[in-house]
Design a protein around this ligand. Structure first.
Ligand code: C5P
Length: 406
């Protein structure tokens, strides 16, 4: 039986004033289900949305709302509370809270704790999309990031104010998976892992391209988990707007040929290459220098095949341990096993596309296949799947003839 992802981790949850505060109640419950011990601190604004009693009942601990509470200060003062925490998590983090943390205010309990703690601080912004996009908020977030604060989200979608855009709080399951990734044991210390992620874009003319529906999230989650577990991690990323995971060195590319060159240059100095990118198989033979015009006539695009990055890495003199991906709509195992052999891979991670899995979504399920075995990783958040995948990859790598001798 695997240990719970946050077994014994002491989480200080800061809840600030915003409509997403109601989701923090579910977050407390799930944090405890994941094995965490939770204490909640609410700002005055947060108490306008949810009562402290709700959080007290769910966390099983008294809730603090003010710096000036003499009985609470006698029981567990704010400095003890700051020292108690293994992890400070602020969800939802309002625009005001981010501004106050960025300036280093200490005139309420939560801001004081954020200053006084030596534990990692994670903020989960939630606000109206205009407030999120405002230069002031963006500057505050950039400053917090620069100081080592982890920023999760926000997600995009419908908002309580009726608008649609960036600013929704991440779902509790995603928050927990991300927090758990940073807390795991450093099982990949000493390994150099190269990950490719995202789609590739093949230009047709200066404004059009052929792309695909890969969001890059699976590959980014793998790179994030690799770095969090101690691996020296490089990421070659196709065109996606995802933030670089902490501790990962990133190189951006656009086309399959650019990805090919970046990966082949990096591969010889890595122990493991995980090819999670959805590389475009074809590109237009000619890229038009000017925008193609409508003429009423059909137009013809001649497509030529792109190089196969994995196959070229496999034919290096001393290739790294190779993990490929196979997205299939049917006969998953048969096609994936064929690819494993044809591409000379050490392992393949096969996923069924469709049914809200695989592309453009937060969850995935993978069938891992190697020469003499296989294992199913059941449907879960991509960050959780990434951690499980790396665990299996590291074990197979260490058992393989490609493992460096100590
Ligand atoms: O053959 P197929 O494209 O399904 O293989 C998928 C695997 O091969 C993925 O790991 C993908 O990153 C990799 N690939 C590649 N270069 C290509 C096409 C796919 O490295 N041109």
């Amino acid at each position: 039986m695997a240990a719970l992802p946050l077994d014994g981790v002491r989480v200080l949850l800061g809840v600030t004033g915003g409509i997403a505060a109601y989701k923090a109640a579910d977050l407390v419950r799930r944090l405890r289900d994941a094995g965490a011990e939770v204490r909640v601190v609410m700002t005055e604004g947060a108490t306008q949305f949810v009562t402290p009693l709700t959080f007290q009942a769910l966390s099983g601990n008294p809730v603090r709302t003010t710096l000036w509470d003499s009985s609470a200060e006698a029981a567990m003062g704010h400095i003890e509370l700051a020292r108690w925490a293994d992890e400070v998590l602020v969800a939802p983090a309002s625009a005001d809270a981010l501004a106050r943390f960025a300036v280093g205010r200490a005139d309420d309990l939560l801001a004081t704790l954020v200053l006084a703690t030596a534990a990692p601080v994670t903020v989960v912004p939630a606000m109206n999309r205009q407030m999120w996009a405002h230069a002031a908020t963006q500057a505050n977030v950039a400053l917090l990031r620069q100081r080592g604060v982890r920023v999760l989200g926000p997600a995009s979608g419908g908002q309580a104010c009726g608008e649609v855009g960036d600013g929704r709080m991440l779902e509790p399951a995603d928050i927990i998976a991300a927090v758990a990734v940073g807390r795991g044991p450093k099982t990949l210390e000493g390994l150099r892992i190269l990950v490719s992620a995202g789609p590739t874009f093949e230009d047709i003319d200066p404004v059009r391209y052929i792309g695909n529906r890969s969001s890059g999230r699976m590959g980014f989650a793998i790179a994030e988990a690799a770095a969090a577990h101690g691996a020296d991690t490089s990421l070659v990323a196709g065109p996606v707007a995802l933030p670089t995971p902490p501790g990962v060195s990133r190189r951006n590319v656009r086309s399959a040929r650019e990805m090919h060159d970046a990966v082949l240059a990096a591969a010889p100095v890595h122990d493991i290459y995980i090819a999670a990118a959805a590389v475009g198989d074809f590109r237009p033979e000619v890229v038009s220098a000017s925008k193609l015009k409508k003429s009423g006539e059909p137009i013809r695009l001649d497509l030529v095949q792109n190089p196969d990055i994995l196959a070229d890495v496999a034919s290096l003199d001393a290739p790294p341990f190779l993990v490929g991906f196979a997205a299939e709509t049917d006969e998953l195992e048969r096609y994936a096993r064929g690819k494993l052999e044809r591409k000379k891979l050490d392992m393949i991670a096969a996923n069924q596309v469709g049914n809200d899995l695989g592309f453009e979504c937060a969850e995935n399920a993978l069938l891992l296949i190697w020469a003499d075995g296989s294992e199913q990783l059941e449907r879960a958040d991509k960050r959780v799947i990434a951690a499980a995948l790396l665990d299996r990859v590291a074990a197979r790598y260490r058992a393989s003839s490609k493992a460096r001798r100590a």
